[in-house]
Structures are given as C-alpha cells and as structure tokens.
Design a binder for this molecule. Sequence first.
Ligand code: TTP
Length: 393
Amino acid sequence: MQAVVLAAGEGTRIRPLSAELPKPMLPVADRPLVAHTVDAAVDAGADEIVLVIGYEAETVRDYFGDEYRGVPVSYAVQTEQAGTAHAVAAAKDHIDGPFAVLNGDNLYDPAAIDRLFANCPAVGAVEVAEPRNYGVLSTEDGVVDDITEKPTEPPTNLANAGAYAFPERAREWLEVPESERGEHEITDVLATVLDRFAVTPIALDRWLDVGRPWELLAANEWKLADLDRRIDGRVSDDAHLEGDVVVEDGATVKSGTVIEGPVLIRSGATVGPNASVRGATLIGGDASVGHAVEIENSVLSRGTSVSHLSYVGDSVLGRNVNVGAGTTVANRRHDGAIVELSVKGERVPTGRREFGVVAGDGAKTGINSSLLPGLKLAAGATTRPGEVVERDR
Ligand code: TTP
C-alpha cells in the first residue's frame, strides 16, 4: 500500500518554533516528528511513501531523499495550504492502488498503523473523553457508517484520528467542495468512502495531534519514554547517570553531572560540568548545557546553548537559542493555576501546571534574565541583562 503523508502545513499554532522549520520537521526524540509517522508506515509494509510538502518543503525533501529505509519516497508539492483533501489531491498522480493517508504532525500508536493497512478500507479511531471537540465516528455492526464534525450530541466517543486506508476508487473522490471553514477537507472524502464501502474502525491505544508548543513537549515525553539506556559518547567517571539515558556517540557528559532519564543527549552535545538534567529531556545535536545548569523536562533543539548557573524547566527551545548565564525560567504560577500560552493571539490553557517558555530559533536571553511561565520569545528575540520578562516578545 502507498502511504500519503501530509506535511505541507506551516504550523501557525506552533509558532515561533515553525518560523523556519515546518512543524513536521520539529524534533521528537531522535528524529523529526514526521519521521515517526513515516517509520510507522514503513514498518506496516508501505511500498511507497508519498510526502505532500509545501511550507519550507526543502527541509523535508533533504531529510528523506528518494529512498528511506529501502522504501521509495516521492514528493507532491501543494502550493497553497487549502485543506487536507486538497493536499491529498496534490498527490493524485502518484496514487495507483489502495492508499493510506496519515498526518505528518500526528503521533500514532505504530501497531495500529499495521492494523489499518491490513484492514483497508479502514479509519483510525481513538476514544476521547470530550468527543465534542473532534470529528466523531458512528459505528454499526463493527463498521463506521458516519462522521460528524464537532457534534453537540456525539453518537460515540470515537474521535477520528486522521489515519485512513482508502480503496483505490477514493482517488476519484478527492475533489471536494470547501467546508464551512473554507478548506477542502479529507473528512468529506471519508464520508463518500463510508457511503460506498464497509470501513473498519481501527482502535488506537495512543494518539497525539501536535498542534501547539506544549503538544511538542508531550510528543517528546511519549517518545523519550521509549528510550533504552545506551552510552556511546564520552561520560566522565564521576558523572551519575540513572535510568534510561542515551548519550550518543560524539556527545560529552562532564564531571559532576547528574542525569535522570529518560534523557537523550544527541551527538555533538556537551553537558556539564556539574549540570543536572532530568525529566523527559532532549538535548539536541551540538547543544551545550554549561556549568551548574539545571534542565528539567524540556526540549533543546540543535545548537542551543544554556550558559552556567541557569535553570530551564518544561520549556521548548528552538535551534541556536542562547540562554545567557544565570537565566531562570519560572515554570509554575504562584496560584498553582494551569499555565496559559498565546496561540495566534489568544491565551490558551496548556493543561499543565508546570510550563515554562517557548523560544524561537536564535532567541537570546541576557544574563540573569527571569522569564515568567507561559512566555513566547520570537525567533531572534532578545532580553536585556537582569530583565524580568513578563510578556511575549
Ligand atoms: P493542521 O494541523 O490542520 O494545519 P497545520 O499543520 O498547517 O497547522 P496550523 O493549523 O497550526 O497552521 O493540518 C493537519 C495535517 O495536514 C498536518 O500534517 C499538515 C497537513 N496539511 C497539509 O498538508 N495541507 C493543508 O492544506 C493543510 C490544511 C494541512
């Protein structure tokens, strides 16, 4: 089966992390987010991967090339992000048989992708507590017979997980009219398939739609929890590594450092001396965590540097961010309330009582900056030495 993976969107809700990198290419453990989906498709036996690309398309192409893990990869360019059906339609000329459609910004339970492919036509379904916020699937006699977007009275608690195995004929049904929100939506293609085929619901034990910055943190928490301890880099004799810690070849952990897994330290990174790293944390390639720095439950992307005597907790730092010495990130409010973050100009609850900051590529904090919880620093933004930063910049 061919697997069409949608990776053309910019990820406006995850800004500033997507300022120069499309959301599907943001780091989740040891690879880009979309690579987890492509890996699941390859493991399920996909005989071709068709990547739909658009925003910052070259970064996706450069990563996967023409062949990935022995499976041919082709690309369809969607010039305008006019919706998920529009994205699949851009790949129409590549499709010549039954085909799967997967979102390049979703993490799926890999075993479910196996079952999805084996049971074509099929759709991924995930049990949710609040089905009103999702496309909800109705079933009869073990077959999906309808999908309703954000229903006020949901017929089931089965949400559409954005994973489809379509019969070849669906190729003819990709041109759908604009929906109320002005997009050409894949769910309208699914509705036609449901009318004409018996579509099997495939239960996903786990699923995560990465739309906003804290969901990238959650994606890392998920995939870092799967790490198995492996020490290939240089670790000082008096560093203390507990639990599932991976130190890749070419990474260095210096004297006096304490690391409590799951923590992944990628090649070229340096940690310590006397640093403390814990929680689900990714220290990206060539990143640097200096003397007496504490990092907790955070993502540090490639090339990011946190200088001596700083604290970073529950935060996502883009590439080549420079955290000046003595910077402190606050990751809890005094009132213990859920931390909010601005998403497209609106304050949105992250669902977390502990959440720090999100910094775009190249942001720099001055020495001894203090950053309040739920802040965003734009790509290239700076803070002054000693500044207490209370608002996004
Ligand atoms: P969304 O998350 O709806 O869109 P997005 O990724 O651009 O993010 P945001 O809403 O924050 O701007 O998209 C779901 C998936 O479909 C995702 O993998 C991107 C992909 N997609 C396309 O490839 N083309 C499109 O036109 C759209 C709307 C989405």
